[in-house]
Each structure stands twice: as C-alpha cells, then as structure tokens.
Design a protein around this ligand. Structure first.
Ligand code: PMV
Length: 330
C-alpha cells in the first residue's frame, strides 16, 4: 500500500469545489505518551498508540493558493531555497495532492516554533497544510480523514488536526485506515506547559532515522510497547481524574524510557545536550523541595515543563527563560 492509494481512497468520496485560496491554523502538539517506531515507514504507521496535548495558540498558520505555472513556498516570511530540506519535504507532500485543476501551489507558512528542533514544528506544519488543502479544494473531510492525511506527511501530525488532548490510535490494518487521532475531550484548564528552549539548531538525526536505528538495533525497544500500554492507560486515568502528579510522573517516565531506547541504539541516538541533563537535575531538585514540576522531551535537546497554573510563578522564577503556554486557549 502506498500514500497515493490511501489518498485516492479518501478523496474518492470527497466533495470537490476548489477556491482560489484558503488558510488554516494547526497547533503544535507535545506527546505525553510518545510515538517512537514505525511499523510501516511509507505510511507512517506507528508501532504503538500515543497521546498528546496541543499548545493552544502555538503552531503553524498556512495560506495556500492554487497556481498554474510553478510552486512557490514561503516559510516564515522568506522564500524557501530549493535545496532546503523543509522545502523539499513540503513539495514532496504537495506532490500527492496535485490535479489537473490545481497543478501547483503557493504555500505561505508561518510557524511560532523553531523548525526541526524537536519542538514539533513538522507536526503543526503538515497538519496546517492538510487543513488548508481541505478548504482550498472544498473536500469537507472528517477529522479522522484529515488526521490520516496529516499522518502521511509526518506521523505526529496526525495529532495536530485539533486542539486539546489527542490520542493517536495505532490501528492494525496495513492500509492505516484505522490509524488516526481522536480528541480526548476533557479540558484541563489549570494545566500549563513551559517551553524551555536550550537550542534551536536543527537536529542532526531526523526522527525518521532515529526511529529506524532504534527499532532495528536497540535491545531495549522490545519492552517499549509494554511501557506505552501501561503509560497510556495511566495518562488517560490522570486526565479523567485531573490528577496532576500522576500525569506529570507518567509523562516524564515515558519520555525518559523513550530516550533510554534511543541511547541503547548502535550507533547511539542521543538528542541531549549537557544543558538538557543539567535542567533535568534542576527539575528533580525542585520536586524534592516540594514544587510539583515535571518534564517531557522529544527528539531534540529542549525540555517541556509540566506544571499547574498555581505554580506558574514559582516555575518561571526557577526557569526564567521558559515560555509558559496555556494549552486550552486558542
Ligand atoms: O512525527 P515525527 O516523525 O516528527 O516523530 C515525532 C516523535 C516524537 O516527537 C519524539 C514523539 C511524539 O510522539 O511526538
């Protein structure tokens, strides 16, 4: 099964009334229970399910217009050079959606997080393209279908087609029609996420390559699906009960377990910088002093802090450079 046939299948029943231009916003999402490892590389089908929280107003705003002659990609206000990896990836994705009525696209994309630094910019980027394409072409697809299309761009983009908590169900089917994200409709208005950005440099090992190396060489990967199963059920319970300590402790442990599988890879995949470890120790020390703050980390050196609104001032006092985000505002 390839991407083209999945798209054909989804668009076969869709409406079709193209407009000259359309825009959309998709939020960044931070996984509390991570996705690490594909069972199908072409379709970005995951080995396990995962669960994330979106970052409300932080994400990617994309305007897309139909063009007849050539593509034009403007990323963060600048015309993208043709050899830029972001340009190449976006164009390759757009290739899947060209038609005789709309052979080329103009894409203007503005992201409020740095690109490719483990801050989930690709997730919001691909989800915003899909949401904007849906409006441009007048497809009127369901959230499930939008999530499947976004997944074809980047796995975690499946969780960026809506706000709030999203659970990406791994599914079992080889065509991935059962692998999409669904909202966990429980708002948690006092939950906060602090972005502690230590480096905005693009990562040296892409998540695709990192996953490939981990699944094929890490002895610890064997236990990952079991870990996720347990963590996912704990996190869903924590969300239902608004139990912050359970949410924080499980999310932090899940992230560290994911990084352990990566570090046990040959050659090692280590996204941490010395400063990352330093900040982890600060989080642990603050917790020992009685401040309920936890962290999660993705395929990059930056920490995402988890805390509640009532402790926001104390957390920002301890981490003055962190940017506090209320995930449930838009
Ligand atoms: O969607 P990708 O290929 O960028 O992979 C995302 C992987 C992690 O961010 C590390 C985990 C996750 O679930 O978002």
């Amino acid at each position: 099964m390839n991407k083209e046939s999945v798209i054909q299948h989804i668009l076969a029943k869709a409406a079709n009334s193209p407009r000259p231009s359309a825009e959309a916003f998709a939020p960044v999402n931070i996984a509390l229970c991570k996705y690490w490892g594909k069972r199908d590389e072409e379709l970005n089908l995951p080995v396990t399910s995962s669960l994330s929280i979106s970052l409300g107003p932080k994400g990617t705003h994309t305007t897309i217009s139909a063009r007849s002659d050539h593509d034009e990609l403007i990323i963060n206000g600048e015309q993208s050079p043709r050899n830029d990896p972001v340009y190449i990836r976006a164009r390759k994705f757009l290739d899947l959606f060209r038609s005789s009525t709309v052979p080329f696209f103009e894409l203007d994309s503005v992201s409020s997080v740095p690109l490719a630094a483990g801050l989930a910019s690709s997730a919001s980027g691909f989800a915003a393209i899909v949401l904007a394409l849906d409006r441009l072409m007048g497809w009127d697809l369901s959230m499930k279908e939008l999530s499947i299309l976004a997944r074809l761009g980047s796995g975690s983009a499946a969780r960026s087609v809506a706000h709030g908590f999203m659970e990406w169900q791994a599914g079992e089917s080889p065509d991935g029609m059962d692998s999409f994200a669904v909202p966990v409709d429980t708002p948690w208005k006092d939950l906060r996420v602090g972005l502690l950005t230590l480096s905005t440099a693009a990562k040296k090992i892409s998540s695709r390559e990192g996953m490939r190396l981990t699944t094929s060489t890490s002895i610890l990967y064997e236990s990952w699906p079991k870990q996720v199963k347990e963590d996912l059920s704990r996190i869903k319970h924590a969300i239902r009960e608004e139990s912050f300590a359970l949410l924080g402790a499980t999310a932090e442990h899940n992230a560290l377990a994911m990084h352990a599988t990566m570090i046990a890879t040959q050659p090692p995949v280590c996204y941490w910088l010395p400063q990352s470890l330093e900040q982890m120790h600060r989080v642990w020390a603050l917790r020992e002093e009685g401040l309920p703050v936890y962290f999660t980390m993705d395929a990059g050196p930056n920490l995402k802090l988890l805390y509640e609104k009532r402790n926001e001032a104390a957390v920002l006092n301890a981490f003055p450079t962190a940017e506090s985000v209320d995930p449930f505002t838009k």
